[in-house]
Design a protein around this ligand. Structure first.
Ligand SMILES: [Zn+2]
Length: 445
């Protein structure tokens, strides 16, 4: 990167990052049960070799998170910048993989394994940024913080939520870079160089529905069948059409795609009729423009010839950042229209929204174009899934999804799927971009 005043041997850094990622993948941190301690100790040792000390936070049962800080040199000019990642990964089904999912194998310059994309690869890039900042004695005007947490994949109770309670100092930050937006090598059937940038995410609202009735012999139906009642309620929920909502990140995404010629420039994103038509043909666009309800579980009945006295269902609702969760649950109640069905919100948080009008967003835009060329661009995105960034937004930080890799559709489909992998070229690209972004945001002058 021409503008950086620091000479870095990127071949060497890439070889180091590759080796570290392969080792990190081989530590099985499947959640559940997570058992992130081994992963946290691995990160601690790698940081220690650079002369960077870590702190460990033990939430019990090997659920360990870690932080490491490079303090500002001289006078502090700004609040910290946090490089956030999670140590745990989702389960893998080895029988569907071409190589064992925890092998960390390198085949034709591609690193294979559960967590390469989500998100041990990003964790290693962040670790390399810390190492490079230390080795080159960057003149930091703010602290650089590396935070690797347990339990992201199961909601973060033993991870980011535990840290908020037990290590609140880690949340005093201006900027956070985390998972939440990748980049695309191809988009809408065309070659592309698009780096996603995620200022917000949809908010989860997980609800349990409980129906109670009377038991009885199935040979004599009595009209107070708890399961039948619940099924009717679920059918009403499933049939409900939610209103379309245009949030700032999605409007930003659509306008960027228009400017870049991916969407007809006669299109007006605020024209909800056209937007609804487009969304009806594209599951992802539908998800990021609507509150959604997915029925995910139904439990009832012991015996074929017994009317069950109770029934339970779970629904996974995802709300736009502009939706009010309380009003949403009231709306669910109205749709169900059955006072006998109890609604129990088992988990909910507001993902919040960070500003796209910050120095961080401007630096990302500049560095991406310098590194990838004028035909590359940064695209605001709203992630349909949630990440740990919400905890930082709630604490007042500007938190962004930002993993600057250019992935194919096929590679993206391996996230939480089979044969997850990342190319060494992407690992290098991401480390170069992330380092330069952090350098410009954290250094004097
Ligand atoms: Zn993740």
């Amino acid at each position: 990167m021409s503008e950086s005043p620091i000479a870095i041997d990127w071949d060497e850094v890439t070889a180091e990052a590759t080796e570290l990622l392969c080792q990190y993948i081989r530590i099985d941190t499947t959640n559940p049960p997570g058992a992130e301690e081994a992963g946290a100790l691995f990160l601690r040792d790698a940081l220690a070799r650079e002369g960077i000390e870590s702190e460990l936070y033990d939430a019990g049962d090997s659920r360990v998170s870690l932080s490491a800080r490079l303090p500002a040199t001289g006078a502090v000019g700004a609040k910290p910048l946090v490089l956030l990642s999670h140590i745990d990964v989702v389960p893998a089904e080895p029988e569907h993989w071409q190589v064992p999912p925890f092998s960390g194998a390198v085949i034709d310059d591609v690193i294979w394994g559960r967590g390469t994309l989500d998100m041990k690869g990003m964790g290693i890039m962040e670790l390399m940024v810390m190492a490079l900042a230390k080795r080159h004695e960057l003149p930091l005007e703010r602290d650089l913080l590396f935070v690797a947490v347990a339990d992201e994949e199961e909601g973060g109770i033993r991870g980011v939520h535990y840290l908020r309670e037990h290590a609140p100092h880690l949340f005093d930050a201006e900027y956070v870079f985390n998972e939440g937006a990748y980049g695309y090598r191809e988009f809408m059937g065309r070659e592309a160089k698009i780096v996603g940038f995620g200022p917000s995410e949809k908010s989860p609202c997980w609800v349990r529905l409980i129906s109670r009735g009377d038991p009885g012999h199935a040979s004599v139906p009595h009209g107070r069948n708890a399961l039948a009642r619940l099924v009717r309620a679920l059918a009403r929920l499933d049939a409900k059409e939610h209103e379309i909502g245009l949030t700032r990140p999605v409007e930003g995404m659509l306008r960027t795609l228009m400017q870049q010629g991916f969407v007809d420039d006669g299109f007006d994103p605020s024209d909800t009729e056209t937007l609804a038509m487009l969304a009806s043909a594209d599951g992802h666009l539908h998800a990021v423009t609507h509150d959604t309800v997915s029925i995910t579980g139904l439990h009832s009945g012991q015996k074929l010839n017994v009317i069950p006295a109770s029934a339970e269902a779970t629904i996974d609702c995802r709300l736009l950042p502009t939706s009010d969760p309380r009003a949403f649950v009231e709306e669910l109640r109205a749709v169900i229209d059955d006072p006998e069905i109890e609604l129990d919100v088992v988990y909910q948080h507001n993902s919040g929204e960070s500003s796209m009008d910050t120095p961080a967003a401007a630096v990302v835009e500049a560095v991406v174009r310098e590194r990838l060329g004028e035909d590359a661009f940064v695209m605001p995105m709203l992630s349909p899934g949630f990440t740990d960034s919400h905890a930082y937004r709630a604490a007042g930080a500007e938190a962004y999804g930002f993993t600057p890799w250019l992935l194919t559709r096929e590679e993206l489909s391996t996230i939480h799927g089979h044969n997850e992998r990342v190319s060494i070229a992407n690992l290098r690209l991401g480390t170069e971009i992330l380092f330069e972004v952090v350098r410009r945001l954290a250094c004097r002058g």
